[in-house]
Design a protein. Structure first.
Length: 140
């Protein structure tokens, strides 16, 4: 890593940029902007596309159906949560579904809250996530 920095410092334009504190700040900002989208690929949620090129992504076309039960009885998520939350949940966003489950667990203490999502994709086979007690295991 140090040899890479030495090589960059000897490069005419980059060396001049890195010789001032403003230049180092600019270089740090540009580097951060280039590296932040890599976090998207390291996430466990395949439906989270905040850093993806949405217009080119087939994941944007995925559709998921969240299904909830409380103590084995079907539960209407649309009656409990705002339409915006449900729209994001129908895209399969794990964090939103996990937050919905956490809210249900706090409203129904000592109950078994199960949420599962069945997703269909245009470029791969359908897949199901969840289906276990979200109060005991709060992550999909």
């Amino acid at each position: 890593m140090l040899t890479l920095l030495n090589w960059l410092a000897r490069t005419p334009h980059v060396g001049a940029l890195l010789s001032t504190w403003r230049g180092r700040g600019i270089a740090l900002f540009v580097t951060a902007q280039l590296l932040l989208p890599i976090l998207y690929y390291a996430r466990k949620d395949p439906h989270d596309e905040r850093f993806a090129w949405r217009m080119f992504s087939p994941m944007r076309m995925s559709r998921c159906k969240p299904v909830a039960t409380i103590d084995g009885a079907p539960f209407n998520l649309f009656g409990e949560f705002h339409e915006a939350w449900m729209e994001i949940a129908q895209r399969g966003r794990f964090r939103v579904i996990e937050a919905m489950a956490a809210k249900l667990c706090s409203e129904h203490p000592k109950s078994e809250v199960r949420i599962s999502i069945d997703c269909t994709y245009i470029d791969r086979e359908p897949r199901s996530y969840g289906g276990y007690d979200m109060c005991n295991v709060p992550e999909l």
